[in-house]
Design a protein around this ligand. Structure first.
Ligand code: AMP
Length: 115
């Protein structure tokens, strides 16, 4: 069964897409945690960060290229932003299709655990 994000890639469910290439898609998070909250997703179902293999390096490079272009387009590159990947239960991962969260548009404060 395809992941939620593959359904977005295949236009089976709607999303606010901000960037797309042959290997990567990016769209606004449905539950934004900052003024800018974009998810960058490879068009390959890599479940978690633990599952990345050397052969996936082209996807990873494209994801970082996407971050560079999206943050420039959204005019947050200079002020700065945060990139997060949650992994498995302690990381709070909900969708098991690798993705980067880009958060920005305001000062995000220090990075602390919720404890
Ligand atoms: P994670 O907890 O790192 O797996 O993040 C999953 C993210 O996907 C959460 O921030 C959700 O708000 C987001 N999300 C879930 N469903 C959708 C959707 N249909 N469109 C956009 N973002 C979504």
């Amino acid at each position: 069964m395809s992941t939620l994000f593959t359904k977005i890639i295949n236009r089976e469910i709607p999303a606010s897409i901000v960037y797309e290439t042959e290997k990567v898609i990016a769209f606004n998070d449905i539950n934004p945690q900052a003024p800018v909250h974009v998810l960058v997703v490879p068009k390959k179902e890599i479940p978690t960060l633990n599952d990345i293999e050397a052969k996936d390096c082209e996807y990873l490079m494209e994801m970082y290229k996407a971050i560079k272009e999206i943050t420039k387009d959204l005019k947050i590159a200079e002020d700065g932003y945060r990139v997060i990947t949650n992994c498995n239960s302690h990381g709070g991962q909900e969708v098991f299709h690798l993705h980067f969260h880009i958060l920005g548009g305001e000062a995000l404060g220090s990075m602390v655990s919720s404890k």
